[in-house]
Every structure is written in C-alpha cells, then in structure tokens.
Design a binder for this molecule. Structure first.
Ligand code: HMH
Length: 217
C-alpha cells in the first residue's frame, strides 16, 4: 500500500465528519448565512497568504529540483487565489477588509509554518497535503450534490471542483508518495501524523467559521 492510501485511510473518519458539517451542507444548498461565508472567506484570505509562504519554504527545502519547482508553483497558486478573494469575492460578498486572524485560522497557519520550518521536509509536505486533497474531495462532493442553480457560492465551489486544481492535487499526492519511499517507517508515521493533524485543522477551520468563533478577549 502506498503512503497516500495509508494516509487517506487514517483520515477517513475525519473526512466523513467534514462532509457532514452544517457548513458544508449549507454551502452545497446555497443556504449558508452570508455572515458565516463572509467570516470564512476573510479568514481564508489570511490563511492563503501564510499557506503560500509555508509552500515556498517547503519549495526552498525540497531535495529534488522538480519538487522545488512544483512547490514554488503551488505557492504562486495560493497567492493568486488570495488575490482573487481580496478582489472580486470581497466586493461580491460586501466585505471591506480581511480583519483579524481568528483562533482556528491562527492555529492552522502556525502549525503549517512551524512544520515547514522545523520538521523534516517530507513531514512538511505531508502537513500541507490535506489543504489540497481535502479541498478537492470536498469541492467535488459539493459540486456533484448541488441542488440550486442560483447558489450564491457557485464560483467558490467551481474553484475547487475544477480540473486545474485537480492536477495540482495529483502532483502534491505524487510528491508525497515519492518522498515517503525515501523515509524510514518511523518517518512515514510522522508524515501520517502531520497529515492527520492538518485534516483536523481543516475541520476546525470550517467549524470556527460556522460558529463565528473569535478570540475570547
Ligand atoms: C483552510 C483552507 N485549506 C485549504 C485551502 C485550499 O488550498 C483553502 N483555500 N483553505
């Protein structure tokens, strides 16, 4: 069994929980309250900024030059989406500024940045993989379960269900599988742990948005 199959098996339950979240159900139906989507999109804009930086750090640390190039391109992609959110999405959804980084987003950003900086590069690659893979799966799930042609969140859904994003995801999975073959069993287990942690943080990111969770003080 290759590393990515083992990794996905380890998060099967988390993925099922994500698909069952009210945020995802209401986004699929188009009934998600605007305030929750606004909260999500502003946090996501802050997230993508730092995610792009974590990706470029991994690119700088990659052992293989083609993998470095792939991560530099992933980083560029994250910044391009951030710019799109800041541009048209903020205008469409009546948002004037990205505001504070709230707890779920803060936790996720700092997990990714510290892993990218301080852990083995293979572990860092595994830590960012759920950002690609879960979004692709969730994007496809939402896309194929849509019930409303007037879903206000249609454009967001298309970004992650699209073929272009799918190609990036396959590349990210392949890089992790190749990296895992150079690792010991213990290192591969660390890669799985990072993959699971990031998947939990994906859940919390949507949960935090649904509950509009902010700093207590
Ligand atoms: C929180 C989060 N994870 C992953 C993605 C997709 O890259 C995103 N836009 N936001």
């Amino acid at each position: 069994m290759n590393w990515s199959t083992k990794a996905w098996n380890a998060i099967d339950d988390i993925y099922a929980d994500i698909i069952g979240m009210p945020f995802i159900k209401e986004l699929t139906e188009g009934s998600l309250p605007l305030e929750k989507f606004q909260f999500y999109i502003t946090q996501d804009s802050r997230y993508l900024d730092h995610f792009g930086r974590a990706l470029s750090l991994i690119g700088a640390r990659a052992n293989d030059l083609q993998d470095a190039l792939a991560f530099i391109r992933f980083a560029e992609g994250a910044v391009v989406v951030e710019n799109a959110l800041h541009g048209s999405y903020f205008e469409t959804f009546g948002i004037s500024s990205a505001g504070n980084i709230e707890p779920a987003c803060h936790h996720y950003i700092h997990f990714l940045k510290s892993t990218a900086a301080l852990d083995a590069v293979e572990v860092a690659m595994a830590a960012v993989l759920p950002c690609f893979w879960i979004y692709k799966k969730v994007g496809d799930h939402i896309y194929s379960n849509q019930t409303s042609v007037t879903n206000p969140y249609k454009k967001w859904i298309a970004t992650y269900a699209g073929e272009e994003f799918g190609e990036l995801v396959n590349r990210a999975i392949a890089i992790c599988d190749k990296a895992a073959t150079t690792c010991t069993e213990a290192q591969q287990q660390k890669m799985i742990e990072a993959f699971v942690t990031a998947s939990r943080l994906e859940f919390d990111f949507w949960d935090g948005a649904y509950k509009l969770r902010k700093w207590s003080v």
